[in-house]
Design a binder for this molecule. Sequence first.
Ligand code: THU
Length: 160
Amino acid sequence: MKDFVLAPTLHDLDPESIDLVRHAERALPTAHAPYSEFQVGAALLLDNGVIVTGANQENAAYPSGMCAERVALFALASQYPGHAIKKLAVVAQHKTGTELTPATCCGGCRQVMLEFEYRQGKPFEVVMLTEERRWVKAPSAQSLLPFCFTSSTLRAAKIN
Ligand code: THU
């Protein structure tokens, strides 16, 4: 947990993180989550100051849906190619809820975040609300995925 910031309230985080969480919250109404009723909003801060948001998009054929983080990441890749991510924030709220509910990125999203981190050659921070209702700021995508599988795993197989 070295280099992880744990904050009891959102206001104990840095202003940039607080602002990004607010953007993720504003993306919540764009979720399409009629099946789980679990709305997720994600926001990415880019190196040029632009903020890209996304929300989960579910489908009647369940596996065809997509998580909020990946909706935002893939939008960034198509709309701002070449721009690095500084920070990602993710929040969730039940459809009928009035306040945020804990949600930390799923494993699939962590894997996709790691690919983006490798591509840009530098880490980005990840802000989310833990089950204990503490805000966590992770230093990188890689810190959320120990013993991970990356392109270097594939390269290593070629030379052996
Ligand atoms: N979900 C996300 O958007 N991000 C995550 O990291 C975890 C789960 C969405 C997928 C699905 O629409 C809903 O939350 C319930 O799993």
